[in-house]
Ligand binder design. Structure first.
Ligand SMILES: [Zn+2]
Length: 261
């Protein structure tokens, strides 16, 4: 089936181009700069980057990871984000086909990827991503036949509510801030998109992977974990996993519970 392979190649290229735009978002949103204008410049020498040096994935390898005018090295992060977004375009189309729901979920995972890298770099989760994300989830719940508005509303309440309760409790006990408001709005956005079951799955998965990563980092650094790990990347990872295989895993889990009990 050569048509399917051609479609997949086109989808991957489309995803990589979106990834190139996500790189701009990751770089500029925390600095409150426009993501549309001006054209990209090399951060080292300030030269405008011509279109032929800005081709997703390809340019990085043609330039051997260096700026054409000043030879400053280009972080491997750039092609990595393009590659990941290309793969996400493919995997979402395999899971959801060419549907509005697939389109919404591709926007969703792209937003999650952007949030994850911004949180790693700056320990913030920008409202300009999560608040429109909550509205998109509500809109999808209201208008798409595959989704329900009740799921979106319950998802927002459970997602925002659980982390808000944790934050209030932690503040009361530890007398300092542990959970940021950005995490709360991020989980509300996740709930708007994948409902309260998705929120539970995301929280569970994120806490598990987060705790494992924390232990690994403590073992490697041999001193206490004083710098708190940002939670956003783990929440993003958990929600991405749910979008791809969450419902099956939940059904499998309940089926297992029934057959053993
Ligand atoms: Zn340069």
């Amino acid at each position: 089936m050569p048509e399917r392979i051609l479609i997949d190649v086109i989808l991957f290229i489309f995803g990589a181009c979106v990834g190139s735009f996500l790189n701009v978002c990751i770089h500029r949103i925390p600095a409150n700069r426009s993501v549309l204008r001006p054209r990209s410049r090399c951060p080292a020498c300030d030269h405008f980057i011509p279109f032929y040096d800005n081709i997703p994935l390809v340019s990085y390898f043609l330039l051997k990871g260096r700026c054409r005018s000043c030879a400053a090295s280009i972080p491997v992060r750039y092609p990595l984000v393009e590659l990941l977004t290309g793969l996400l375009a493919l995997s979402i189309s395999i899971r959801y086909g060419f549907s509005f729901q697939g389109g919404v979920f591709f926007i969703f995972v792209s937003a999650l990827l952007t949030v994850a890298f911004i949180d790693i770099d700056h320990q913030i989760i920008p409202d300009v991503i999560t608040l429109p994300g909550i509205l998109l989830g509500l809109g999808a719940g209201a208008f798409l036949p595959e989704m329900k508005i009740v799921d979106s509303l319950l998802g927002i309440l459970s997602g925002g509510g659980v982390l808000l309760a944790v934050a209030v409790l932690y503040h009361a006990l530890a007398k300092r801030e542990g959970m940021g408001g950005g995490d709360i709005k991020l989980l509300a956005m996740i709930g708007a998109m994948i409902g309260w079951e998705g929120v539970l799955f995301t929280l569970f998965t994120a806490s598990l992977i987060g705790a494992l990563s924390g232990v690994l980092m403590m073992l490697r650094s041999r001193k206490g974990l004083k710098t708190a790990l940002p939670f956003g990347p783990f929440l993003s990872l958990g929600a991405m996993a749910y979008v791809h295989l969450g419902p099956e895993m939940i059904h499998w889990y309940f089926h297992l519970g029934r057959s053993s009990g």
